[in-house]
Design a protein around this ligand. Sequence first.
Ligand SMILES: Nc1ncnc2c1ncn2[C@@H]1O[C@H](COP(=O)(O)OP(=O)(O)OP(=O)(O)O)[C@@H](O)[C@H]1O
Ligand SMILES: [Mg+2]
Length: 245
Amino acid sequence: MANVPLFTAEDIRLDLGGREILKGISLSIEPGQVLGVIGPNGAGKTSLFEVLSGRHRPKSGRVTFKGQDITNLRLFERARLGIGRTYQTPVVPEDLTVGEVLKASRQAFRPMLTRHDAEWGMELVDLRVDEDMPASRLETMNRRKLLLSVLLMRRPTLLLLDEPAAGLINSEIDEIDHLIRLVSKEMNIAIIIVEHRIELLDTIADRVMVMDAGEQIAEGGLSDILNDPRVHAAYFDNHSEEHAA
Ligand SMILES: Nc1ncnc2c1ncn2[C@@H]1O[C@H](COP(=O)(O)OP(=O)(O)OP(=O)(O)O)[C@@H](O)[C@H]1O
Ligand SMILES: [Mg+2]
C-alpha cells in the first residue's frame, strides 16, 4: 500500500461543445500536500476540477483515489469517498438560514453527521454569524466560510478549491491563507487550489502546475515555474493582452 498515491489524474482529455478543452493533464497528490494550479483565463482550470470532482466525464484518461479507479464515479459518490470541492462563485441556498444550510448538509451526508460536527466545522473556519441569519445575506467571506465548514465537517481527505480568495479583501485573504495551511498541515488534507494570486500560492503551495489553452505547460516549485520561459510567455503575455483589451 505504501506506494499507492492518494489521488491521481492521468492524461485527462475533455471535449466540450466540440472543442478540446483539456489536452492531456496529469497530476498526483499526497495527504497534507498543497498543489497550486495557475493559468490564464480560459486555460481549463475549472474544467479540470469538473473532471476531478466527477461533474464531467473525460473523453479519455483516468482518475484514481487510494488506488481505486474513480473515473466513472459521480460527484456525490466521490464526495462520500472524501473528496470535497468549492466553486469559483460561492453560491448558497438563497431561501435557507445558515442553520438550515448546516442541518441540510449534515443530513444529506452518509453516514449522517451530528450537530456537533457542524459546530466543529463552524468553529474551525471561525464563522461567527447567527444561525437564524438568511444565508443569502452573508457577505462573500462568510459565504466561503460556510461552504468550507460544510465540506470540513465531513472530514474530507482531498479538497479542490477553485479560487477561494476571489472577491476577498487582503485581510480576508490572510485568513483564508491561514485556514488552508491549518487544514493541510494539521488535518493532513490534500489540497488542489486554483489561484491567480502568486503571493498566496507562494506561502501555501508545495508545487504549482501551470495550464495554458488546455495544456499542462509546467509543474514544479514556484520559483522554477516563474523562471520558465514558456510559462512567462503563456501566462504573463496573455495577462498583458487582457489588461490591454
Ligand atoms: N460547458 C461548456 N461548454 C463549452 N465550452 C466550455 C464549457 N465550459 C467551459 N468551456 C470553455 O472551456 C475553456 C476553459 O474554461 P474554464 O472555465 O475551465 O477555464 P479557467 O481556466 O477556469 O478560466 P478562469 O480563470 O476564467 O476561471 C474556455 O474556453 C471555456 O469557454
Ligand atoms: Mg475557472
